[in-house]
Design a protein around this ligand. Structure first.
Ligand SMILES: [Fe+2]
Ligand SMILES: [Fe+2]
Length: 131
């Protein structure tokens, strides 16, 4: 059973964000269902996806002068550090089930509903049109 049901109603109206979020939701569903050692490979891919996605959001925030850049960027940094710790635990053989079936899907929804939503609205109002 999928831990996240992504749909168009969760789009924030910035093309690359919506595309990346849909990919992330699919990755989290796969992570929740996977067991070691596949979960480790999927987690490394997810970390990579997050690094690129966060960097693109941060680029857009800087280009549009987003007022809460430090807050949003700091949360990205916190999550990347958390994912690095989780990957290390997977490498040590701990499957981290609750993280992938509960904490991570909950985080994505909260992050989409708060910082990403506000950032996207600000960027659209600032005339951001890049894909
Ligand atoms: Fe995002
Ligand atoms: Fe974000």
């Amino acid at each position: 059973m999928a831990v996240l049901e992504w749909h168009a109603g969760l789009n924030v109206g910035i093309g690359f964000m919506d595309d990346d979020h849909e990919v992330a939701a699919g990755q989290i569903n796969a992570l929740a269902e996977a067991a070691l050692p596949q979960r480790l490979d999927l987690a490394r891919d997810f970390l990579d996806h997050c690094r690129h996605h966060f960097a693109r959001e941060e680029e857009m925030m800087k280009a549009t002068g987003f007022f809460a850049y430090g807050c949003h960027q700091g949360e990205h940094e916190r999550v990347l550090a958390e994912l690095e710790r989780v990957v290390a635990k997977l490498e040590a053989g701990d499957p981290q089930d609750a993280y992938f079936t509960k904490s991570l899907p909950e985080w994505l929804m909260i992050h989409r509903n708060t910082m990403d939503f506000v950032t996207a609205e600000f960027a659209r109002n600032a005339g951001w049109r890049a894909a």
